[in-house]
Structure formats: structure tokens, C-alpha cells
Design a protein around this ligand. Structure first.
Ligand code: ADP
Ligand code: MG
Length: 551
């Protein structure tokens, strides 16, 4: 990094201008970016009065040379870019030289670094001179917007402004696990991340130990890092999703959509994952200079970025586990929000059986025990007792099989002895015509039979003949409601649902065994294609605890 200098007018003009400081959270974001650009390892943020009274950020980064401190508050003064071409490949979070000047124009700011101190209010330097000789930079912003009543009026409630500040800190804490973030709001410690590089620990500091223990880490890809939730952890909102490019949190609907697409068939409708994902993109291939607060970016090769994200997320999701039953749900675990690595007890490695007890089945094998209740199978697995929802399980198995047939184009259908006529809305007849070949790959064949009906001539081999009519209706509705791959996936899910054993069907032992082994061998077997869980595991450990066999 070079000395702070005022940008040449042509460079300043090339910078996306606009409102930089809209609310207290924007000031926090800018100050955190500066600290991270200075390679700080510890950043503490102290907020009072929802950021209107004061925001104090101290870091232990490189600091500002004493004689450059006043310059840092001059508009378009920066040490991060110099020439116009630097804007083509920005590697720092800041680059406009605007943040400190903007903050100081709407607040009372005191900053100190390297033994120097400056006090600026509403853009006027009030004092400058000697300051404390401490590492890094400390900036205190007081009375934000006191001189812009209009802006003050637009602020939301304290709770909302505090939540926005917290979200900013959370995003950076999750994306930068090697930096210790400490946020205190009105004297109360709100976030304290470990800063030891342990991503899971960073997650624990934000989402609690229980969630952190169950997150899946993205591994093995140099450019995509982060964690994503298994299907069994989900949220009713998208608030748990943090996406970033080169360490910079961004909002991007298409990227969020690409992420959620990976959960297609794993999460129920209306549920969203928890995630923090950072995508490394060559600085020359991403333009961060498109939005005043740098929230949005433009990719040169958008498709490649989405593909990298999806590859990474899908690979991580491969390690998803079924839901494990917890008797004392989270008691003692959630209470201590500290992340303790020994909480991750779901591996078979935990299993310790007394000598002489019957040896459990090998990994990947479920020993059927029987059918209970209206439609559950009980089995013994290596980790413990496994309860299976027979319909959800069969749906998953059939769905995967149907998708395979779709991929290969090799259908497996059974002709109906008595073709069945179905009356349909013309839009559904059109949907069928549009997807005729794909439907045949799924095993569904038909003839047109007048303008408002189809005659079904064949259905997937697995489908009981009596269900053809309802299945066709729902399949075509699925097709007409979605587009592209999604449409065929939904159609396959509808066919799987109508072909699967029902909740309530009696299965003989051979059928039970077959279903359990098919389920064990199925990919993404943790949920049915609609995102409902297929099974619940009651670990041996859980039983041991319950029956007090642990002492
Ligand atoms: P920008 O970050 O776009 O360069 P800012 O107004 O945020 O603009 O900061 C101006 C300059 O002040 C930066 O370029 C940097 O040299 C210096 N600076 C600001 N905050 C810090 C900090 N926490 N640590 C080190 N240098 C800083
Ligand atoms: Mg900055």
C-alpha cells in the first residue's frame, strides 16, 4: 500500500458515487472494511444508542502514518488505488477514499493512530495533535446525522438499527474466521468471534454451538470457502445466508438463487438454508465499482461463478446426515453457547458397545426389524436405531431412479392393458406436448384424444395402474408451473409420489429389506424430493444416556 493521496479528478470521476452512509450500519461496514484492508487481526466495535450516540471501532492493523491522518479525512484520498487502471482489478475492500470523509461530514469523529489524533466535526477539522501510541487505528463516530435531521428521521427503531449493525458484523465474522470480532451494543457483548481461523467456531459465535456443530464445511476447492447448512437445519427466511466475493459481502439475487437451487428437493417449500460462502474471483473479472455502498458486483463470467458455487455446495451437501433424535433437546448444549468440538458426536466412531453385546451392522447396512404404526419401518443401523418413513423413503428412491432415466433417456414403462382417458385443461395438454420425450423417459406415454383429453397408454413400471389418472394430472400441473430442469424435476417428484408405497401400506419383510437397502444406497437419501426427512436416528449413545447405562 502506498501513502494516502488525493485521487486525480479523472479517477475520482470514474468512481460510482452516491450515498455512502445511509444509516449507522453503513458507517460500521466502512470502518470494518478499513480495518480488514489494514490486515487487522482483532477488531472491536462498541455501539451506543443504536449507533446514533456513538460507534467506536478499534483495530490492530497497519495503522495510518501520523502525518497522513488528516489526509485520510479528505474526500477521494486513499492509499488503495492510484491510476484509473487500478479500478479494473480492485483487491482491497475500500478504493474510493470516501468513507472517512463522508462519515466525518455527518458526525463528530475522532480518530487516532501512531501517536496522532484528529477531531473532525461536520467536515471541519476542530483539533489535531498528539494521540495515544497504540497499534492500529481507533475511530469514534459520535452524534451521527446530528447535522442532517432529514437522514435522522429516516432511521428505524433502535432494535432495527442495532440488528442491521449486528448483521454487518456477523457477515464479516463468518467470512473472516482468522480475525477476532468483538461487538458490544450498549455495553453488552453481542458477538465475540474466536479469530483463530476455525470457521465452525466463528459460526458458533454467531449461530450458537448446536447449529455450528451441524454445519457442513466446503472443502477441497481453493476458490470457494465457507459453510452451508445440512437440510435438517433450515430457516423460514433468507437472513441466514451470507454471500461474498473476495471477502466482500454482497447482495445478489441470482447468486442466492443458485445457492438455493442446490437445496432443491432437500428443503421443504418456504425453508431456506443457513450459509456463509466466499467465492474467490480474479479481481480483473469482477467489477465492484457499480454500487455506491459496494453491495453489488458485476461478474465478467457470471456462469462460471455460479457453477463454482453450485459445485462446491453440492459436494458439501453430500455429507448431509439424517436427523438424530435428542431426548434432552439441546439442554446444556445450547445453554453454553461456546462451541465444543466434542459436541460433534454423530460419527460411528462414537459408538462404544459393551463387550458381549451383539455387534451392530456394518456401515451402510440397515437390518430390518419390522413395521410399526401406520407406516414406519424400524431398523438397526451402525449408529443406532433407525426409524424410516416408508413413503418418504420410497419416494426418494423412486425419484432418484426417475432422474436417472431422464438423464439417460432410457425409460422403463409398463403399457396399460386398458389405456385411461384423462380430461385436462388445454394448458396441461400443451405442457404434455412440450415435454413429450422427457415424459416418455420418465415412463409416461400417451395419445392425444380430442382437444381436452389424453389417453394414457403407459406409466412408470413402479406405478400401480390405478393411480395413473391422479399422477398424470399432478405431473402435468408441475410441468406447467415451472420451467427448465426444475419443471422436469417437479414432474419426476410427482410421479415418484404417486408410485411410492403409501403411508399405511403393509410391507412384507422382503419389501422392507429391499426398501431399506435401496434407501441406504440412494444419493441425497436424507430427505424425500419434497424436503421431508426420510429417517430419524436414535443413537446408541442416546439410549445409553436414557437408560443410565453410562455409569
Ligand atoms: P478507502 O478505504 O476507500 O481508501 P477511506 O476514507 O475509508 O477510503 O480511508 C481513507 C484512507 O485512510 C485509506 O485509504 C487508508 O489508507 C486509511 N485508513 C482508514 N482507516 C484505516 C485503518 N483502520 N487502518 C489503516 N488505514 C486506514
Ligand atoms: Mg474505506
Amino acid at each position: 500500500m502506498t501513502a494516502i493521496h488525493v485521487l486525480a479528478p479523472e479517477v475520482a470521476d470514474a468512481i460510482a458515487a452516491g450515498e455512502v452512509i445511509e444509516r449507522p450500519a453503513s458507517a460500521v461496514k466502512e470502518l470494518l472494511e478499513n480495518a480488514l484492508d489494514a490486515e487487522a487481526r482483532r477488531i472491536s466495535i462498541d455501539v451506543r444508542g443504536a449507533g446514533r450516540t456513538s460507534i467506536r471501532v478499534s483495530d490492530d492493523g497497519a495503522g495510518i502514518p501520523a502525518d497522513e491522518l488528516p489526509l485520510a479525512f479528505v474526500r477521494h484520498a486513499t492509499s488503495k488505488v492510484a491510476a484509473l487502471t487500478d479500478l479494473d482489478a480492485i483487491t482491497s475492500l475500500g478504493f474510493r477514499g470516501e468513507a472517512l470523509a463522508s462519515i466525518a461530514s455527518v458526525a463528530d469523529v475522532e480518530a487516532s493512530s501512531n501517536g496522532a489524533r484528529i477531531h473532525v466535526r461536520a467536515g471541519e477539522v476542530l483539533e489535531q495533535g498528539a494521540g495515544p501510541l497504540v497499534p492500529g487505528v481507533t475511530v469514534e463516530v459520535r452524534d451521527l446525522f446530528a447535522n442532517v435531521p432529514a437522514r435522522l428521521k429516516f432511521l428505524k427503531s433502535d432494535a432495527t438499527e442495532n440488528a442491521a449493525i449486528k448483521d454487518v458484523v456477523i457477515a464479516f465474522a463468518l467470512l473472516h474466521p482468522h480475525v477476532r470480532f468483538q461487538l458490544s451494543i450498549d455495553g453488552r457483548s453481542t458477538i465475540s468471534s474466536g479469530g483463530d481461523g476455525d470457521r465452525r467456531r466463528a459460526f458458533a459465535s454467531v449461530h450458537g454451538a448446536v447449529v455450528a456443530a451441524e454445519m457442513l464445511e466446503i472443502v477441497g476447492l481453493p476458490l470457494v470457502t465457507g459453510m452451508v447448512s445440512q437440510p435438517k437445519l433450515s430457516r423460514g427466511t433468507r437472513d441466514g445466508i451470507v454471500l461474498a466475493v473476495n471477502g466482500r459481502p454482497i447482495t445478489s439475487r441470482p447468486l442466492a438463487y443458485a445457492l438455493e437451487d442446490c437445496y432443491q428437493g432437500r428443503l421443504e417449500r418456504g425453508r431456506h438454508p443457513i450459509a456463509a460462502i466466499d467465492i474467490g474471483v480474479d479481481a480483473a473479472l469482477v467489477d465492484v465499482n457499480v454500487h455506491p455502498s459496494k453491495r453489488e458486483v458485476r461478474f465478467r463470467e457470471e456462469g462460471a461463478v455460479f457453477a463454482a458455487l453450485q459445485r462446491a455446495v453440492r459436494a458439501a451437501l453430500g455429507a448431509s446426515e439424517p436427523i438424530h433424535y435428542r431426548a434432552q433437546q439441546t439442554a446444556g448444549v445450547a445453554a453454553s453457547r461456546e462451541y465444543a468440538p466434542q459436541l460433534v458426536v454423530h460419527g460411528a466412531a462414537v459408538l462404544q458397545l459393551e463387550e458381549g453385546s451383539p455387534s451392530p451392522p456394518a456401515a451402510g447396512v440397515l437390518r430390518p426389524i419390522g413395521q410399526v404404526g401406520p407406516g414406519y419401518l424400524i431398523a438397526e443401523g451402525p449408529q443406532g436405531l433407525v426409524l424410516v418413513d416408508q413413503h418418504a423413503a420410497h419416494e426418494r428412491v423412486l425419484y432418484n431412479r426417475l432422474l436417472d432415466r431422464l438423464r439417460t433417456g432410457l425409460g422403463a414403462s409398463q403399457p396399460l392393458l386398458m389405456p385411461q382417458a384423462v380430461d385436462l385443461d388445454p394448458s396441461l395438454i400443451a405442457a404434455a406436448a412440450d415435454h413429450r420425450a422427457d415424459l416418455a423417459a420418465l415412463g409416461l406415454e400417451y395419445e392425444e384424444f380430442g382437444p381436452r383429453s389424453l389417453r394414457i397408454t403407459a406409466v412408470p413400471v413402479e406405478m400401480p395402474a390405478g393411480r395413473a389418472t391422479a399422477a398424470v394430472l399432478e405431473t402435468l400441473e408441475a410441468l406447467s408451473e415451472s420451467r427448465g430442469d426444475q419443471a422436469m424435476h417437479k414432474a419426476a417428484a410427482a410421479l415418484a409420489c404417486h408410485s411410492a408405497v403409501r403411508f399405511g401400506d403393509v410391507l412384507d419383510p422382503a419389501e422392507q429389506r429391499k426398501l431399506l437397502s435401496d434407501l441406504e444406497n440412494a444419493e441425497e437419501s436424507v430427505t424425500c424430493p419434497h424436503g421431508r426427512p426420510t429417517r430419524l436416528v436414535v443413537e446408541w449413545q442416546e439410549l445409553t444416556r436414557h437408560f443410565r447405562r453410562n455409569y
